[in-house]
Design a protein around this ligand. Structure first.
Ligand SMILES: [Zn+2]
Length: 265
């Protein structure tokens, strides 16, 4: 059974890009909560943030205002919670916002403030809870921040699909995951902005189900089932919930959401 990580704070408004709305997190939460138990995270601590970022970054995010600061700490806390849950050998999905994969060690942008994935992975590694990790990014945009923070870390294997061209996506994902050696945990930066109803205008819910299935199988074969996924992009709220559910059902190795919806009807 997958666990959903969610906090009401992800529904708060704070100054950010106009498309990065509370409706995004609400859409994912309202869909996934029908299927999965919910765990409520605590905000990250300053020490957690400073594993991934320079102190100057923390100061600059503070200057964005208290609402942004609180949101950024809470999103990173959700990532830490999901990573911790994954250690039990089951999948966790954190429906967090703001996203994180564009935040570098000492810079941020693209609606991101702290790099939630890097904060989570470095916490596991530096507390000795994991010796190695793979980070797979399926967002439409390049995980430039994640690459900057984790790219030179020999304990971390980065698989950035940078899927914007979309061609032979599944083949490329499968072959990249096939190359992967055993790791202690897999973190997935789960952006859904390649959805047919989103900016990328490319992937269906069936495709997200398949991506989830491949990642779930990889986790069971190579990481003792330890996988956590963090919400990154995806800006069409009404499409986001179903896409995230299709992905999560795939992670579990279960049938797609369409089949379940039909049976319930
Ligand atoms: Zn994106």
């Amino acid at each position: 059974m997958l666990t959903l990580v969610f906090h009401d704070g992800y529904l708060k408004r704070y100054p950010t890009g106009a498309v990065e709305t509370p409706a995004r997190a609400r859409a994912v939460f309202s869909k996934l909560k029908e299927f999965y138990p919910v765990v409520t995270p605590e905000p990250a601590s300053k020490a957690d943030i400073l594993r991934a970022h320079d102190p100057e970054q923390l100061v600059r995010v503070q200057l964005e205002g208290l609402d942004v600061l609180a949101a950024a700490f809470l999103a990173a806390g959700g990532a830490l919670c999901a990573a911790q849950l994954a250690l039990s050998g089951r999948c966790a999905f954190a429906a967090i916002r703001p996203p994180g994969h564009h935040a570098g060690r000492n810079r941020y942008g693209g609606f991101c403030f702290f790099n939630n994935m890097a904060v989570a992975v470095l916490s596991l590694l530096e507390k000795g809870l994991a010796k190695s990790a793979a980070v797979v990014d399926i967002d439409m945009h390049r995980a430039d921040g994640t690459a900057e923070i984790l790219g030179d870390d020999s304990r971390v294997h980065l698989v950035d699909m940078t899927l914007a061209d979309g061609a032979d996506l599944m083949d490329r994902l499968e072959s990249r995951l096939e190359e992967l050696g055993p790791v202690d945990v897999i973190g997935v930066s789960a952006g859904f902005d390649l959805h047919v109803q989103d900016w990328g205008n490319l992937l269906t819910n069936g495709d997200y189900h398949r991506i989830g299935r491949v990642l779930g199988e990889t986790a069971r074969r190579k990481a003792r089932g330890r996988l956590f996924a963090l919400l990154e992009g995806g800006y069409t709220a009404h499409a986001l919930g179903k896409a995230a559910l299709a992905f999560c059902r795939g992670l579990e190795g279960k049938e797609g959401w369409e089949t379940v919806a039909e049976r319930r009807a």
